[in-house]
Design a binder for this molecule. Structure first.
Ligand code: HEC
Length: 144
């Protein structure tokens, strides 16, 4: 008799938890109203894997995707604009980075150029002139 009551309470609670987990996995990243067009592009297309600040999202961690750290200035400085443009347009599959999808069908060349500039901002924002040390880059630190 007691166990029946437990089911009545635990059942809906479990459903609710599963529902909100599914929603946070599949709904797009929320975009602040003040976001610039380039930030908007980044948050819409890239943040689901790379996190809002480029350090990787917990969704990616949950799905065992390792998107690296786009806010690491040392890494990003070693990648040319041409490389980034072609990577975003054609994806990483042909250059041995199969986790990175291609966006050539979704985005125009101008939008991709905006994104490349936006990527450079990610690094600057975190390691910028303020003199503060870069934040520790945990895989889950870019959740929101
Ligand atoms: C489905 C998840 C996913 C999405 C969405 C995604 N990426 Fe990636 N990205 C990855 C993964 C995984 C890697 C690491 C690939 C590897 O090293 O094998 C990566 C790597 C990168 C790299 C580093 C490449 C290098 O050579 O180090 C850049 C830059 C990048 N992504 C930019 C973007 C941009 C810009 C967008 C949005 C237009 C985007 N990504 C969207 C998964 C994703």
């Amino acid at each position: 008799m007691k166990r029946k009551w437990l089911l009545i309470i635990a059942g809906p609670a479990a459903l609710l938890a599963a529902g909100s987990l599914a929603a946070s996995l599949f709904l797009p990243h929320p975009i602040p109203r003040t976001a610039t067009p380039a930030q908007r592009l980044y948050l819409t297309h890239c943040a689901s894997c790379h996190g809002a600040n480029g350090q990787g999202s917990w969704r990616a961690t949950l799905l065992l995707i390792r998107p690296g750290n786009l806010a690491d200035k040392r890494i990003m400085d070693s990648l040319s604009d041409e490389y980034l443009h072609s990577l975003i347009k054609h994806g990483g599959a042909t250059i041995g980075k199969p986790g990175m999808p291609a966006f050539g069908f979704h985005l125009s060349d101008e939008q991709i150029q905006d994104l490349v500039r936006q990527l450079r901002m990610l690094g600057r924002h975190l390691t910028g002139s303020s003199g503060s040390p870069p934040r520790a880059a945990g895989p889950a630190s870019g959740a929101r």
